[in-house]
Design a protein around this ligand. Structure first.
Ligand SMILES: Nc1ncnc2c1ncn2[C@@H]1O[C@H](COP(=O)(O)OP(=O)(O)OP(=O)(O)O)[C@@H](O)[C@H]1O
Ligand SMILES: [Mg+2]
Length: 237
């Protein structure tokens, strides 16, 4: 979605909020660049009466800590997986929360936070300045149930729009199972993305699925989703 929005003319800031970050690879940044990938430092906040605030402008943070990937997507990475015993990520969650707030100035600015499959970003309020949450689920019960819980937390947080994206859907039976679950829990399905065998081939070849085969079956629904949910949310996603 990040790259397709960038191709559509948006300034896209992608934030890898997973404590085991892999978004760079998915975006198509070469694996060799992973080892010297900058990570957001833990000293970007100062205490104020209004709560923690960024000590630098977003432009400065991006200038010193982002990498620019294919299609011009700028990537900030929240955490580094390679250091043991470095403590909790509390301050990083607060930093990312303020970065998302700061990323909402211009109409064609889109900020996409990729989270891990845990409630951290919602329970800590990291995503509270987001407009939209898309919970990517797979067509089996535990995954759908996780999506339902995330959607409830996102609604609690006051996000404007919350929906499921059903991924890796293999057949009509699986699609129906997702649709029934969503209807039973009053959840919107923003897209149905089929299981796509070329994704594994892309990974083995070390390239992004979008570069490996832009016409592979999963790309079209992701493209529709990006156009429908990205550009029309007053600049933010
Ligand atoms: N529609 C799809 N069809 C086939 N394989 C897919 C599809 N979507 C993702 N994959 C594959 O599933 C694996 C996990 O994908 P990805 O890392 O994007 O998922 P994730 O849910 O973000 O995982 P994590 O929770 O670890 O962050 C990858 O190998 C990816 O290529
Ligand atoms: Mg992930």
């Amino acid at each position: 979605m990040a790259r397709l929005l960038a191709r559509d003319g948006c300034n896209v800031l992608a934030i890898d909020g997973d404590s085991n970050p892999n978004l760079a690879l998915t975006l198509g940044i070469a694996a060799e660049r992973m080892s010297d990938m900058p990570v957001l430092p833990s000293n970007l906040l100062r205490r104020t009466e209004a709560g923690p605030m960024l000590t630098q402008s977003l432009e400065d943070i991006k200038a010193s800590h982002s990498v620019t990937g294919p299609d011009g997507v700028e990537l900030l990475v929240m955490a580094h997986p390679q250091h043991a015993d470095t403590g909790c990520l509390c301050s990083m969650h607060a930093t990312v929360r303020r970065i998302i707030e700061a990323a909402s100035d211009e109409d064609r600015d889109v900020c996409i936070l990729d989270t891990e499959a845990s409630p951290e970003h919602l329970s800590r309020g990291t995503a509270s300045y987001a407009d939209v949450m898309l919970a990517v689920v797979e067509p089996y019960f535990k995954s759908l149930e996780t999506g339902r819980r995330m959607a409830a937390l996102a609604n609690d947080l006051g996000l404007d729009r919350v929906a499921l994206v059903a991924n890796k859907v293999k057949d009509e039976r699986e699609q129906e199972a997702v649709e029934t679950f969503a209807a039973n829990h009053d959840l919107e399905i923003a897209a149905i993305v089929p299981f796509d065998e070329t994704f594994a081939l892309a990974e083995r070849a070390g390239v992004a699925p979008l570069d490996f085969n832009p016409d592979s079956p999963a790309i079209a629904p992701i493209h529709r989703l990006a156009m429908a949910w990205g550009a029309n949310v007053h600049g933010r996603a």
